[in-house]
Design a protein around this ligand. Sequence first.
Ligand code: UD1
Length: 429
Amino acid sequence: MDRIIVRANGELNGSIPISGAKNAALPLMIASLLTSKKLVLENVPRLADVASLMRILSNHGTDHQIKGKQPGQSELSGQTIVFKAKNIVDTTAPYELVSKMRASFWVIGPLLARMGEARVSLPGGCAIGTRPVDLFIESLEALGAEISIENGYALAKAPEGLKGTTYRFPKVSVGATHVMMMAATLAKGTTVINNAAREPEVVNLAECLNAMGAKVSGQGTRTITIEGVKKLHGATHRVVADRIEAGTYAMAAAMAGGDVTLTDVESGLLKTTLDVLEQAGITIEKGENSIRIMRKGTPILPVKVSTEPHPGFPTDCQAQLMALMLKAEGISEITETIFENRFMHVSELARLGAKIALDGQKATITGVDSLAGAPVMATDLRASVSLVIAGLVASGETEIHRVYHLDRGFESLEEKLRNVGANIERVSE
Ligand code: UD1
């Protein structure tokens, strides 16, 4: 299995291109199931999760074609992929495929809307809590589906088609908002989703659905309205930039110090993350489609942050912020409010010399003068990159095992960091 080795190498300087967002690409790819026509997605990141989802979509009968490099593109430019689900030949998403990635469960919405039935394995994915599917089931039932759970599968049926409804999510869920929105595009009548997720990826999906002929409005607010249409058609759509990847490299630059410009990303996508970094004493310059992160010999200041649904501080940047706070001058507090088991990185960071006390969902981090490299284990996607960030300033060698977690969500991580001066390499066995 591959390992990643990081050695401290001073400041980071230069620029890092930000890829398309994994969390937007996945639901956009799934939206291809809603139409028999071509959906062309641009700026799709090269990630293990994207490849896993392509296998799942293929199993339903979707063809895909990856376009070659275009003039002016580099190896780090996003790919253009053409999806075409002319006929859905299979409405089952089997355990072997779905268990690898939770988001693959989301095919349930489009399959149900287009075919009137779906049989989808209950999901797996990152081990960051129990992550139930009750909200998906409840919201699809509100649209008129009949759903039962049998032998680890959700069996959903709507032989007469789905019907528009007004539904309020008792808790904000990104995935359940995506799925209800997709399903409602082909329902009879109007659907109003209250307490919807407001993440940029939800907005990106709504825009794509509209380009496909859907009538979605209110995306980005708490209330999304969808007027059902009979059919959707093809479209060409660009995957929004990955605000979590951008936040991650911003923390890396803040940790190592230096002057790094993140390109191909709009600062508005990660406003709260950048606000927190400013509170931590980092200088930030927002360009039109770039973000400059600077720290030149000034200290990292401690912060007090709670994760929240968007537009709050993202849970997907919590581990990275914790890594940064290991070197803050003082005591920081980070409270995780989204997932109940998302502190698995704490014990690994402790192996590098971190001082972190856990009390339920709250971590108290006492900044230390130095960290020392050690072998550590990646436990989930975002946790693993926090170990890379800590490794950038740890003495000696930080050796990260189980890096397949990183490959699920960070495109060309070593190359992007090496290009700005980090000493990081992958060792394959
Ligand atoms: C998405 C993101 C993930 C991010 C998370 C929160 C993708 C592919 N993944 O995950 O990176 O960390 O949003 O921003 O976009 N919940 C229920 N019942 C449900 C569904 C969710 O109780 O049926 C709970 C979850 O356990 C969690 C909370 O709701 O506590 C929020 O989860 P949700 O927003 O659904 O996360 P995902 O869509 O899985």
